[in-house]
Every structure is written in structure tokens, then in C-alpha cells.
Design a protein around this ligand. Structure first.
Ligand code: HEC
Ligand SMILES: [Cu+2]
Length: 364
């Protein structure tokens, strides 16, 4: 009876793990299917380490099984004690040298990749992005192009992009498992790393340093596009209009509300002159997500405006006076959402974003 219960228990634990782990299978959020240079380097080191571990496991298990079988107690020999030996220099040397060799096999590619990924020789001639981490979102400023955006970092494929990263509050950590390694983002000093994506697509990024209430919601994306699309996007961002006037009638009312309650923290053109207080909304209509995490839909935008604390506890927008004054309800928020959805640098989102939105719609 007991053994039977044990089997059931093991089986249910297994099924539970399978269910949990199957949720880890997003192909734009996995270090096991690398789609960029840093991720590929990490993956190679993972494979080498696993191979070394498998060899150690197999050899140790083989010796163990052999010894257990060969020296087991046999019938009629219960009192017999095998010959006792002590101190074997050769053996001691062998089992000290083998682990050292194994560690060297792991260390050489690890150290080589570490230095390779810290290489800054191409920094001056590459695209540079100043990344700022804030509770609980990301700002991306392109100093040479004089534009900024937030939550979604646009890069051309097969190019090295140098990221100069700082935090404006606590320590965060930047990780896009499919594309790059991890890098801490500190308020004290600037950390640099480069990234390179091999394929067009939208890749999921996560903050991986516990940074407060909504740390686990501090998601962002890398949007990798063709060189041509990238150039068009930069050009369009440079031409976003600070004097933009909304088209539809409801959006115009929304814009008025926005100018009263929101403009102190959010810019609607992509100029890099705006201070980093809230996400830049110049290209908001082409986002993949709202606030980095929710589906891009009017409904979610309204939900965010009406009660941002419910979506992301402790986030910086909770200082907005309209929330204390209770001046924006459902009806007002819907008008503002109409206005925000009109804010687009390019008429159509880039191919990667269109593809991403289709995939998300099919998943739901
Ligand atoms: C006190 C400054 C402040 C005010 C005022 C403010 N916001 Fe925000 N807003 C923020 C911050 C900070 C965030 C980022 C929150 C996060 O994701 O952690 C944000 C995020 C957003 C986002 C998500 C942006 C994205 O890229 O996904 C939208 C949309 C938004 N705000 C709309 C508004 C609207 C509409 C108003 C006015 C009704 C407003 N905000 C007023 C600071 C502010
Ligand atoms: Cu963080």
C-alpha cells in the first residue's frame, strides 16, 4: 500500500513539473535557442559544461556500480574482510589532476567569451544606445540619432549595438535570453555591453535584479528589424511632431485631457531633449505591449490609465496628480486611449511587430 502511494506521489510531482516547465517554452524568451551573439556564446559554454558533467557522471557511476557488484557480500563470506590498503600516491595524483583538467576545459572558453563580450574596439563606429533602467520600465536614447524611445529597443539585425547602461534609482539587470548575456544596471557607474541579433523578430527582455514591488513586471523587448526598416524608423522618429494634433474628434478631446494631466511626464515626440520621467510615447501606437506587459489593446490602455497601481504596484506613474484628484474616469480614459493609439512614427508597425501581434492574437 505504501509503495503504491509513493508512486502516485512521484507521478503527480512529475506531472506538476511538466506543466510548470512547459510554460518556459516561449521561443523568443529562451537561452536554449540563441538568436544573437551573446546568447550564442553563453549557449556554447552551457553545452561544454553539460558535456563535462555528463562524462563525470557516467564515469563515476560506472566505477560505483562495478565496485558495488564486485565487492558485495556473498553467501558464506559474511565474516570475511577484504584486504585493507591505505595511501596510494598514484591514485591521489590521478584524482586531483582529472578535475583540474576538467575545470580547464570549462575555463578556457568561458574566459575567452568573457573577454570577447567586453570588446569595445568597434564602439565608436557602431550604433550606441544609452539605456536607463527605472522602476519599472526602460528608456532607450540614441545619442547620435538624437532620438529616444522606451520599452522597445529597435536595432538592425547583424550589427553590433553598444549599450551604455545606467539606472536612475536602484540596481536593475538587463537580460534578453535569446539575444544577450546579462548585465547589471547600476545607479553609480555605467556598464557597457554589445548585442547583436541574427534574425528579425521581437525578443523578450526581463529585469533580473530584484528592484521593488513590480520587479517581475519590468519586461521589455528588443525589436530586431532589417537595416532598411531601421533607417526608416530612425528617420520617422526624428520627424515626430511635438505639435501633433489628433485626427478623430474623440482623440482631440483625449489630447486636451492629455495636455492637462499627462504631458508633464510624457513626451509625444521622440527628441532626446526631453527629460526621462515617464516613457516617451512618440511611437506608442506601434508598441507590442502596454507598460511592457499587457496586450496592446484599447481596453488595456484604458485599464492602465484608470488604475495603474492595479497593473503595476508601486510604479512611478502613481505620483500623477490626476489620480489623487480622481479627475479621469473610464469615459475620459477612452478618449485619451484614442489619442495615444494615433501616436505613431511610421504609419504601419515594422514587420517584426506585425508578426508578433499576429502570434499573440493566435495564442489567445
Ligand atoms: C508623474 C509622472 C506621470 C504622469 C503625470 C503620467 N504618467 Fe504615464 N507613466 C509614468 C511612468 C513613470 C510610467 C512607467 C510605468 C512603468 O511601466 O513602470 C508611465 C507609463 C505610462 C504608459 C505606458 C507606456 C508604454 O510605453 O507602454 C502610458 C500609456 C501612460 N503612462 C499614459 C499616461 C497618461 C494617459 C497620463 C495622463 C492621464 C499619464 N500617463 C500621466 C509617469 C507618469
Ligand atoms: Cu528592475
Amino acid at each position: 500500500m505504501k509503495g503504491w502511494m509513493g508512486k502516485i506521489r512521484t507521478l503527480s510531482l512529475f506531472s506538476f513539473l511538466v506543466i510548470i516547465l512547459s510554460a518556459c517554452g516561449k521561443d523568443n524568451l529562451t537561452a536554449l535557442v540563441p538568436k544573437g551573439y551573446g546568447a550564442e556564446q553563453s549557449f556554447n559554454v552551457i553545452i561544454i559544461s553539460i558535456l563535462v558533467m555528463i562524462v563525470v557522471f557516467v564515469v563515476v557511476m560506472a566505477i560505483y556500480v562495478y565496485v558495488v557488484l564486485k565487492y558485495r557480500q556473498r553467501k558464506g563470506q559474511e565474516d570475511q574482510i577484504p584486504k585493507q590498503t591505505e595511501g596510494n600516491k598514484t591514485l591521489e595524483v590521478v584524482w586531483t589532476v582529472i578535475p583540474i583538467l576538467l575545470l580547464i576545459i570549462i575555463a578556457v572558453p568561458t574566459i575567452a567569451s568573457t573577454y570577447d563580450l567586453a570588446d569595445e574596439s568597434e564602439k565608436e563606429d557602431s550604433i550606441n544606445v544609452n539605456v536607463t533602467g527605472l522602476q519599472f520600465w526602460w528608456n532607450f536614447e540614441y545619442p547620435n540619432e538624437e532620438i529616444q524611445t522606451s520599452q522597445e529597443l529597435y536595432i538592425p539585425v547583424n550589427e553590433r549595438i553598444y549599450l551604455n547602461m545606467m539606472s536612475s534609482d536602484v540596481i536593475h539587470s538587463f537580460w534578453v535570453p535569446s539575444i544577450s548575456g546579462k548585465m547589471d544596471v547600476s545607479p553609480e557607474n555605467e556598464n557597457t555591453m554589445y548585442i547583436e541579433a541574427y534574425e528579425e523578430g521581437v525578443y523578450w527582455g526581463k529585469c533580473t535584479e530584484f528592484c521593488g514591488d513590480s520587479h517581475s513586471l519590468m519586461d521589455f523587448k528588443i525589436v530586431a528589424v532589417s537595416q532598411e526598416e531601421y533607417d526608416q524608423w530612425v528617420n520617422a522618429m526624428q520627424n515626430t511632431d511635438p505639435e501633433y494634433t489628433a485626427e478623430s474628434a474623440t482623440a482631440q478631446e483625449g489630447q486636451e485631457l492629455f495636455e492637462n494631466s499627462c504631458i508633464s511626464c510624457h513626451a509625444i515626440d521622440a527628441s532626446s531633449n526631453h527629460p526621462v520621467i515617464g516613457p516617451n510615447l512618440a511611437d506608442f501606437g506601434n508598441r507590442t505591449k502596454v507598460a511592457g506587459i499587457n496586450d496592446f489593446s484599447k481596453e488595456e490602455i484604458v485599464r492602465w490609465i484608470v488604475d495603474p497601481a492595479e497593473v503595476k504596484p508601486g510604479n512611478g506613474m502613481l505620483d500623477a496628480p490626476y489620480l489623487q484628484e480622481n479627475s479621469i474616469g473610464q469615459a475620459e480614459a477612452e478618449k485619451i486611449a484614442d489619442f495615444l493609439m494615433e501616436l505613431k512614427a511610421t504609419d504601419e508597425p515594422v514587420d517584426s511587430v506585425q508578426q508578433f501581434r499576429e502570434n499573440e492574437a493566435n495564442d489567445n
